[in-house]
Design a protein around this ligand. Structure first.
Ligand code: HSE
Length: 315
């Protein structure tokens, strides 16, 4: 039996839409073994709602590995222990897919490279910003680039002609993320549908500047401008209508000691950077975010998380 631990992720980090992602110390576990009859057991998040048949995305991702390497499916037992809340912008589907790909690959003797796993994960997910940090940990800049189709796997002609190029960025040791996780879900599909097809050059330039500022602030550990560096004009303003109280929760986090604040992925979670604060102070940030969400009509809970720097690992 193979067991893989895979982290939650927060994507975009404000201005880095579809590009930036950060792995967090909140984990799902995927267990896989060969079997003569498919069975899927789920504990925790989604235990009652996620499919336990061929429609399950963990099952589907695992089969991508078997088909890619051996050209045929493999019957397996899966056990999923889920701690990452669903449809809250914390990368639950990326974790499911990455966990499945890494576990299935180990089951058949690690035939695929990490880059090949990343390419499949990004194709299944549609964008690379969550799957990259889920696979490699830490803060990543990742981007899909068109490449001439090639694969070292014989007969594998069906791979997407896009590859993920990424860089993992160093982060200050003491960085923590305070999450306010609301009681309502936001589907990524719906949150992408509210975005405009075109944006102004002014907004694009503002986001380029802030993304560059954000990455170098974190890499250098110089957090003086982090509140400005986490601002965004490409997706958060349009998604605000899906997240009641979003701007007020942002203000509450900053007023209570957060260094920057943003919508986690496509929401509904709101995430705040905290650096060098005491545990007490981090709790104050979380409580301020939760009570502000409550005033906007929604229950939520907070979590104070460290950064995961390892990504998916076989246990
Ligand atoms: N970058 C994606 C989006 C992340 O914002 O739609 C989804 O979690």
């Amino acid at each position: 039996m193979v067991r893989v631990r895979v982290p939650a992720t927060t994507a975009n980090l404000g201005p880095g839409y579809d590009v930036l992602g950060l792995a967090l110390k909140l984990y799902n576990t995927v267990e896989i073994e060969k079997s003569d009859r498919l069975s899927i057991e789920i504990e925790g998040e989604g235990a009652d709602s996620l499919p336990k048949d061929e429609l399950n995305i963990v099952y589907q991702a695992a089969q991508e590995v078997f088909k890619t390497v051996n050209g045929k499916p493999l019957i397996v037992n899966l056990k999923l222990i889920n701690n990452i809340p669903l449809a809250r912008g914390l990368g639950s589907s990326a974790a499911a897919r990455v966990g499945a790909l890494v576990a299935a690959n180990r089951l058949i003797g690690d035939k695929l490279s990490q880059d090949e796993i990343l390419k499949i994960a990004a194709r299944l997910e549609g964008h690379p910003d969550n799957v990259t940090p889920a696979l490699v940990g830490g803060l990543t800049i990742s981007y899909l680039v068109e490449v001439k189709s090639h694969s070292r796997i014989p007969g594998n002609t069906g791979m997407a002609k896009k590859e993920v190029k990424y860089l993992k960025i160093g982060l200050p040791e003491e960085l923590k993320i305070v999450l306010a996780i609301p009681d309502f879900e936001v589907s990524t599909k719906k949150a992408r549908e509210v975005l405009p097809e075109e944006v102004s050059l002014e907004d694009a330039v503002a986001n380029m500047g802030k993304t560059a500022l954000l990455v170098s602030s974190l890499a250098q550990g110089n957090l003086r401008l982090l509140d400005i560096a986490t601002q965004d004009r490409l997706h958060q303003p349009y998604r605000a209508k899906l997240i009641p109280g979003m701007e007020r929760v942002f203000k509450a986090a900053l007023a209570n000691g957060a260094k920057g604040v943003f919508l986690s992925g496509s929401g509904s979670t709101i995430a705040a950077f905290s650096i060098g604060n005491s545990e007490e102070k981090n709790k104050e940030i979380g409580q301020a975010m939760v009570s502000t969400f409550q005033k906007a009509g929604h229950e939520s809970h907070y979590k104070i998380l460290d950064i995961d720097r390892e990504g998916a690992v076989c246990l």
